[in-house]
Design a binder for this molecule. Structure first.
Ligand SMILES: Cc1cc2nc3c(=O)[nH]c(=O)nc-3n(C[C@H](O)[C@H](O)[C@H](O)COP(=O)(O)OP(=O)(O)OC[C@H]3O[C@@H](n4cnc5c(N)ncnc54)[C@H](O)[C@@H]3O)c2cc1C
Length: 467
C-alpha cells in the first residue's frame, strides 16, 4: 500500500486504531498453521460504520482485506498472503446477551467462545459447539471456519446453532441474514453460506445463536487399548450400539507420552491408545449407558476401562485431551495439524493407513482427535529448518488426504481449507464443483478483495512447507 492509501484508511478509521509499525504488523503475520506474511497495515475498530467505509475504500482501491479473530486457525485462514489490510475483529467484543425466554444468544464477533459457554450455563442453558481452542478463539472465527470440537458427534457443529447474522459485504454494504426464530425458510439460506466461508464472502459483525437446555448429568469413561486399530474398532462398536456419546475422543501413545512429559496427568503411557467417552443426559440413562460402554470396550479387548471416581478426576482427564496440541510442539517446533475426516465405519482403516504413512516417511506422526465423528487429527511434528524432513512431510500430508478421500471422507472436518489445503480442493470436489464455488465468490466479491488466496488454488499451486 502507498502512503496515500494508508492516509485514506486513517481518514476512515476515526475511532479505531491503524497500526503501521513493523513490530505491530509482525504480530499479525502468522496464525496457528504455517508461514509468515506481513500485512501493510492492521486496523482495529469496533464500529460497524467504520468497517463499512473501510470496505468501500478498499474495494475502490483494490486493497485486500483479511478479517482476523484470534488467529488460532490451523489452515492459514487469516494470513495476509498478498499484503494489504488485516482487520482485527477481536476488538469487537461488546455484545454478549443471553435471552433465556427465546433460548438465543446475541453476540459480537470478537467474544471468546468460552465466555458464551459460561454465560449460557449461568442461565441453565448450553451452547454446544466447543472447539478445543474455545478459551482463546473468537465466535467470529468459529463462525467463519464452521468450527467443530468434541461435541460435534452428538450436537453438531457451529453451523447447527447459527440462526441469524449481520454481515458487511466486500463492497461495503450491511446485510442481515436469518433472524431470531428457530425456523426461517425465506429465500436462499445465506446464513449457512456465510458460516464456513472462511472470511471470503463477508465480515460478520453480529450473530444470533441458538441455545439448548443444559444436560442434567455427564459421566466419563476412559478405555485403554494395546493397539490403535482396536481403539478404532471400539469407537465403531460404541457408535453402532445405539448409544450416542456427547464426546468420543482418541489419543494414541505418542500423544499420551507428549502430555505426560508436558504436564503429568496419570495417562497410561505404556498403552498404544486410549479413548475418552463422555455420556450426557438424564442421570439414570447415563449410568445405564456407562455400563454398556464398559462391556463393549471389554469385548473389543480393552486392557482396562477406568471410570473417574469424582468430577475433579473427570475434569483432569479432559484437561489431558486439551493439552495434546500444546504438548506435542515440545517434541519438535513445527506442527502440521490435519483434520482429514472419514465415515465412522472407516475409522479403523484410517488408523491403519496413518500408521503406514508414518512408517513410510519416517515421521513423528501423532494421532488424536474427535474420532467419534470420524474427525481424526493426524499431527506431524517436524523441524521447519530441516528442508529434507519438510519435503517428506509434504508427501505424507498429500497421502493423508488421498487416504481420507479414497475412504469416502473429506479434506477437512473442521479446520477449513484456508491456504494450506487449497491445492487439494479438486481432489475432493472435482473441477466443476470448485468452479461452482468460485462463481459464488465472484458474484459476492467481484474484485477479490476479501481474504484472497484462500480456499481456491492459484494455477499450479501446491503444498509448500519450506519458507
Ligand atoms: C490448540 C488448538 C485447538 C483447536 N481445536 C479446534 C477444534 O477442536 N475444532 C475446530 O474446529 N478448530 C479448532 N482449532 C482451530 C481454530 O481455533 C478455529 O478455526 C477457530 O474457529 C479460529 O478462531 P479465531 O478467532 O482464532 O479466528 P482466526 O484464526 O483469526 O480466523 C479464522 C478464519 O475466520 C475468519 N474470520 C475471523 N473473524 C471473522 C469475522 N468476524 N468475519 C468474517 N471472517 C472472520 C478469518 O478471515 C479466517 O479465515 C484449534 C486451534 C488450536 C490452535
Amino acid at each position: 500500500m502507498n502512503s496515500r492509501q494508508i492516509h485514506g484508511v486513517r481518514n476512515v478509521i476515526a475511532s479505531g486504531r491503524v497500526l503501521t509499525d513493523e513490530a505491530d504488523r509482525y504480530s499479525y503475520a502468522y496464525d496457528g498453521s504455517f508461514g509468515t506474511y506481513l500485512p501493510d497495515i492492521v486496523v482495529q475498530t469496533n464500529k460497524v460504520d467504520e468497517i463499512l467505509d473501510l470496505m468501500k475504500f478498499a474495494n475502490e482501491e483494490l486493497i485486500p482485506v483479511y478479517p482476523r479473530g484470534q488467529s488460532t486457525s490451523l489452515s492459514g485462514g487469516p494470513l495476509p498472503v498478498y499484503g494489504g489490510i488485516v482487520l482485527d475483529m477481536s476488538v469487537m467484543n461488546d455484545v454478549l446477551e443471553i435471552d433465556d425466554q427465546n433460548l438465543i444468544a446475541v453476540v459480537s464477533p470478537g467474544v471468546l467462545t468460552a465466555d458464551i459457554h459460561k454465560a449460557a450455563e449461568q442461565k441453565g442453558l448450553f451452547y454446544p459447539p466447543d472447539p478445543s481452542s474455545s478459551h482463546v478463539s473468537t465466535i467470529g472465527g468459529n463462525l467463519a471456519e464452521n468450527s467443530g470440537g468434541p461435541r460435534g458427534l452428538k450436537y453438531g457443529v457451529t453451523k447447527d446453532y447459527v440462526i441469524g447474522l449481520e454481515v458487511i459485504t466486500p463492497q461495503g454494504e450491511l446485510i442481515r441474514t436469518g433472524g431470531a426464530t428457530v425456523k426461517n425458510v425465506t429465500g436462499y439460506d445465506l446464513t449457512k453460506l456465510i458460516v464456513g466461508s472462511e472470511g471470503t464472502l463477508g465480515i460478520i459483525t453480529k450473530a444470533i445463536l441458538r441455545l439448548i437446555p443444559k444436560p442434567a448429568a455427564t459421566k466419563t469413561a476412559m478405555a485403554i487399548f494395546d493397539s490403535l486399530v482396536d481403539a478404532g474398532t471400539a469407537i465403531s462398536k460404541i457408535l453402532s450400539s445405539g448409544i450416542l456419546p456427547s464426546k468420543l475422543e482418541l489419543m494414541d501413545q505418542a500423544s499420551m507420552v507428549a502430555v505426560e512429559n508436558y504436564e503429568p496427568c496419570n495417562l497410561p503411557i505404556d498403552a498404544a491408545a486410549m479413548i475418552l467417552i463422555e455420556l450426557d443426559g438424564h442421570p439414570m440413562a447415563v449410568e445405564d449407558e456407562l455400563i454398556k460402554v464398559r462391556h463393549l470396550c471389554d469385548r473389543v479387548g480393552a486392557v482396562e476401562v477406568r471410570i473417574p471416581a469424582n468430577p475433579a478426576e473427570e475434569v483432569e482427564l479432559w484437561k489431558a485431551r486439551k493439552l495434546v496440541s500444546p504438548a506435542i510442539v515440545r517434541i519438535k517446533p513445527t506442527k502440521i495439524s490435519e483434520d482429514a475426516t472419514v465415515p465412522r465405519s472407516k475409522i479403523p482403516e484410517m488408523c491403519q493407513r496413518l500408521q503406514e504413512i508414518k512408517q513410510k516417511y519416517n515421521l513423528h506422526l501423532v494421532v488424536f482427535g474427535h474420532a467419534g465423528d470420524g474427525n481424526l487429527h493426524p499431527n506431524i511434528v517436524a523441524d521447519k529448518s530441516d528442508k529434507e524432513e519438510m519435503r517428506r512431510v509434504e508427501q505424507a500430508v498429500s497421502e493423508i488426504f488421498e487416504a481420507a478421500i479414497a475412504l469416502g471422507g473429506t479434506l477437512s472436518g473442521e479446520h477449513g481449507i484456508g491456504l494450506m489445503k487449497a491445492p487439494f480442493m479438486e481432489m475432493e470436489l472435482g473441477a466443476i464443483g470448485v468452479q461452482m464455488m468460485k462463481r459464488i465468490k465472484q458474484s459476492w466479491d467481484p474484485n477479490n478483495i476479501l481474504n484472497p488466496g484462500k480456499i481456491f488454488p492459484e494455477p499450479g499451486q501446491r503444498l509448500v512447507l519450506t519458507e
